[in-house]
Design a protein around this ligand. Structure first.
Ligand SMILES: C[S@@+](CC[C@H](N)C(=O)[O-])C[C@H]1O[C@@H](n2cnc3c(N)ncnc32)[C@H](O)[C@@H]1O
Length: 284
């Protein structure tokens, strides 16, 4: 990320979720806050012409993936609540809206939004601007993953390491160093039994076909131009092996075939995800 600047990709991802609300039927992620969180100006521009933000052939695939990974994380969170988990940590939250439309208000769930301090300060200004008071069961934890450990940052925010916790980490791992990604996953693996995580990651370019490689190059160029170059890529087989050796008892890699079967089956509009990224589920 650019020094002390809020993440530009956080706004872009939120725009895609907002476009999903306007263009796609049925919705994979039903998010009544998605259009408000992008800010008043962007929301009216999108409402006037939802297609303007979807200008490239890759756009529908990205939009589909962003809706699906959030849906997958929230489906897994619901299962974790059934196991007694009562803490939800959203890592690199960006303009994630879960805390402002929490569908489990009676469950005693405490939400921690962890993000780079610059992005988090910007989100809090945005919330004020759109008239959203952060709910009492939400705590903001400003943490730069590259300079502060998650353990340290979460402890000072009041996180209880002895309680089962569900973590989501969406659209963040590519922007960090491999060492930081692994250290964060080791921290999650040390949470009590029943805890879990859903995160997404970009496939190592060496595993891609030439056609996939050209999509990869186009996207990598775009995020680098936004000042947030991709750094970490993974081989699904090796990543699953590493997660098991960290102590996760259940690990499931969800590739594009599975995501499309889970969330995009029998659609009339043909919306589906592409093949550059996977979602990983892991449970302690
Ligand atoms: C592409 S956005 C995804 C945001 C959100 N998870 C979503 O799906 O809408 C990437 C997020 O990673 C965060 N991020 C990137 N580098 C970070 C770092 N070193 N420490 C903390 N957060 C970081 C950014 O602030 C941003 O919120």
């Amino acid at each position: 990320m650019k020094e002390n600047r809020p993440s530009a990709t956080a706004q872009r991802v939120a725009m895609r979720r907002a476009v999903h609300q306007l263009l796609d039927d049925p919705k994979v992620l039903d998010d009544p806050v998605a259009l408000r969180i992008i800010g008043k100006e962007s929301a009216s521009a999108l409402r006037a012409d939802p297609h303007q933000f979807e200008a490239t052939p890759l756009s529908p695939y990205l939009r589909a993936f962003m809706a699906a990974r959030s849906r997958c994380a929230e489906d897994e969170l619901a299962l974790a609540l059934g196991r007694g988990v009562r803490q939800y940590v959203i890592l690199g939250a960006g303009l994630d809206t879960f805390a402002y439309r929490n569908p489990h208000p009676e469950g005693g769930l405490h939400v921690f939004e962890v993000d780079h301090p610059a992005t988090q300060a910007w989100k809090r200004e945005r919330l004020e601007e759109i008239g959203f008071t952060p709910p009492a069961d939400l705590t903001f934890a400003p943490i730069d993953f590259e300079t502060k450990t998650l353990a340290e940052g979460l402890r000072s925010a009041g996180y209880d390491p002895n309680k089962g916790t569900f973590f989501s980490w969406l659209g963040v791992t590519p922007y960090l160093s491999t060492e930081v990604v692994m250290a964060t996953l080791r921290f999650i693996a040390s949470a009590p039994v029943g805890s879990g995580v859903v995160f997404d990651y970009v496939i190592s370019p060496s595993l891609l076909t030439p056609a996939q490689r050209s999509s990869f190059d186009a996207l990598a160029r775009r995020v680098a131009l936004a000042g947030e170059p991709w750094q970490a890529f993974f081989d699904p087989v090796l990543l699953m092996r590493d997660l098991r050796s960290m102590g996760f008892g259940y690990v499931e890699d969800i590739g594009p075939g599975e995501i499309n079967a889970m969330y995009f089956k029998d659609r009339k509009d043909g919306l589906r995800v592409g093949s550059l990224s996977h979602v990983m589920k892991a449970q302690v």
